[in-house]
Design a protein around this ligand. Structure first.
Ligand code: ADP
Length: 580
């Protein structure tokens, strides 16, 4: 009898025992509930099990060799999808490695969430010397759009929801989410845990412009003699491709794309003024900025670049504080780009004046002249190959595959590729962006390949490639269709500088001569090519794309080719000694 009683009590206890969950599961459940299916990261204390669990629960975990590149992959995934890209790191040093990418994402208005494990609060706050001790939340704050810490398991759902909303609403940006180790192992009732999760509703709501602002903008455009539309990467991010095309074509206004807005309309579009960039910036009397900031990339909207002709600016942006940041804006239109552009299109009726043929004719004349000049430069076949002849070869191959994602960084490699390689589809070009940062190469390439499932061609200066080169192993491990082309001219800018003392050390800008970057990828099972002529480069790129495998082309460029800092020579302060 006693036995029976005991057994019954035990069974009852088993039935009643609440199902438990923990911080690890709640984080993964919260992300999945919000349709986040991929994490880019690097494991270690205390988040290894979080990565394992994510994979076990059907999420994709892409493991990197350095957190900065995981962060860059997350950021570009966010830019491509309008969903925050997730980067997961360990505490202090791993977090700091990821922070560069978070800051870059915030600067570029890319939505991402950096999730880092952290050490115990009570030890960190008393500065008692914990393992990887750091006040990560406060370190992240100046570089993120928002930063949150979760201390209790029941708040994980709210923490993740706040992070998602902060990343994608309004002007997108980087968000930091701090998860102390203790939180991850905290347990709570599973049902209560499930109820604590939040599915974010309408994370990036449309923001309609005020009718007055639209009317004011239309009046400014209507009265312009030489109008110009300037498309920035905010316009590409907004995924309002059809509306933007309609605005451009219905208004007949010539347009200029910023580098990551290339392909929003095909670069071959008749109204593209790219080949007459300096001319239109100087001569336009009205500039309609759509998701582009008047920062250094646009010479702050003033000075020589913009010429003497007085200008009126119309600016479409989701962030009201962007307006008047550098020069006075005559007609701000605040709202999401889709809504703002649609409102402008609706106001462009049959009687709306088209730009004069005098203006469009002058642009075309300048364009044709510059294109002819460029064609002559590109047709040359110097030996060794230079930037132009190598890029001509790449351009001709990429022309046949407009669906390919292009990553681009370097000094000269960036400057020349930007103008020589045409883009035909939106959100296919990913580059050094607002900071002009080096080191985004392999991170962006992996992020773009994982997110799109399509071929990536990363056009890299040899110096720029060095920042993320170890991620070739990651590319090979996940068997990603990434072809990296290293423009190898033996150094930073070029490879010919000499140590003026005649000492043993090479000059600060010089690398190992005749390095074979193609051998690096072979070490991980990828395919390497060495190309010394445009023909070899064409062949290698075609083969690489055909294989769909991890590939690297060592493109040997004349080591005397390349100027200091590319087109940014003017930003280099010169020492008095050099000036003499
Ligand atoms: P670029 O470097 O190509 O000139 P920027 O990064 O300087 O572009 O500018 C992007 C701008 O686009 C930012 O000011 C940002 O606030 C804005 N933006 C981003 N997304 C949207 C959106 N969905 N609607 C309106 N503006 C947006």
């Amino acid at each position: 009898m006693a036995d029976v009683l005991e057994a019954t009590t035990q069974e009852a206890a088993e039935v009643k025992a609440p199902q438990m969950t923990d911080g690890f599961h709640l984080v993964i459940d919260a992300l999945k509930l919000n349709d986040i299916d991929t994490i880019f990261g690097l494991v270690g204390i205390p988040i290894t099990d979080l990565a394992r669990l994510a994979q076990a629960e059907g999420m994709r975990f892409i493991g990197f060799r350095h957190e900065q590149h995981a962060g860059n992959a997350a950021a570009i995934a966010g830019y491509m999808t309008q969903k925050p890209g997730i980067c997961l790191t360990v505490s202090a040093p791993g977090f700091l490695n990821g922070l560069t990418a978070l800051a870059n994402a915030t600067t570029n208005c890319f939505p991402m969430i950096l999730i880092s494990g952290s050490s115990e609060r009570e030890i960190v706050d008393l500065q008692q010397g914990d393992y990887e001790e750091m006040d990560q939340l406060n370190a992240a704050k100046p570089y993120a759009k928002a930063a949150y810490r979760v201390l209790n398991a029941e708040d994980i759902g709210i923490g993740v929801a706040r992070a998602i909303r902060a990343a994608v609403s309004g002007r997108p940006g980087g968000v930091y989410l701090d998860l102390p180790a203790k939180l991850l192992s905290q347990t709570m009732d599973a049902l209560e845990g499930q109820h604590s999760l939040v599915k974010v509703v309408d994370a990036a709501p449309r923001q309609l412009p005020s009718p007055d602002s639209v009317k004011r903008a239309l009046d400014v455009i209507k009265n312009a003699k030489r109008p110009l539309i300037l498309l920035g990467k905010g316009a590409a991010y907004a995924q309002a491709d059809a509306q933007i095309r309609e605005l451009v074509e219905k208004s007949g206004i010539p347009y200029l794309p910023m580098s990551m807005a290339k392909g929003l309309l095909p670069d071959t579009h008749a109204q593209s003024a790219s080949a007459a960039r300096s001319f239109v910036l100087q001569e336009a009397d009205c500039v309609v900025l759509i998701g582009a900031r008047l920062n250094w990339l646009l010479a702050h909207g003033k000075g020589k670049t913009w010429g003497a002709a007085p200008k009126q600016f119309v600016q479409i942006d989701i962030s009201p504080t962007e307006i008047d940041s550098n020069v006075a804006i005559a007609a701000p239109v605040i709202g999401d780009i889709g809504s703002c552009v649609s409102a402008l299109v609706a106001g462009i009726g049959a009687g709306f004046p088209k730009p004069s043929s005098e203006w469009t004719g002058a642009i075309n004349e300048r364009k044709n002249k510059n294109l002819e000049k460029m064609a002559a430069t590109l047709a040359k076949n110097p030996s060794p190959m230079n930037f132009h002849s190598a890029l001509r070869a790449i351009r001709d191959v990429l022309k046949t595959r407009p669906d390919i994602n292009v990553v681009n960084e370097g000094a000269n490699t960036l400057d020349y590729a930007r103008s020589i390689i045409d883009m035909y589809e939106p959100r296919k070009r990913f580059d050094s962006g607002t900071w002009g940062i080096m080191g985004i190469g392999m991170g962006f390439a992996i992020g773009a390949a994982v997110t799109s499932g399509k071929q990536v061609v990363a056009i890299e200066g040899d110096s720029a490639f060095g920042f993320s080169g170890m991620e070739l192993e990651t590319i090979c491990r996940y068997d990603l269709p990434v072809c990296t082309i290293v423009f190898n001219n033996n150094g930073v800018y070029r490879g010919t500088d000499v140590n003026p003392t005649g000492g043993k050390d090479v000059a600060p800008t010089v690398f190992v001569k005749n390095a074979r970057y193609d051998k690096m990828i072979e070490a991980f099972g990828g395919i390497g090519f060495n190309a010394t002529t445009p023909e070899e480069l064409t062949h290698a790129l075609e083969e690489a794309i055909k294989s769909g495998k991890p590939t690297l082309i060592n493109a040997v460029i004349d080591e005397t080719a390349g100027t200091e800092s590319g087109r940014l020579t003017n930003l280099n302060p010169q020492s008095a000694a050099t000036k003499k």
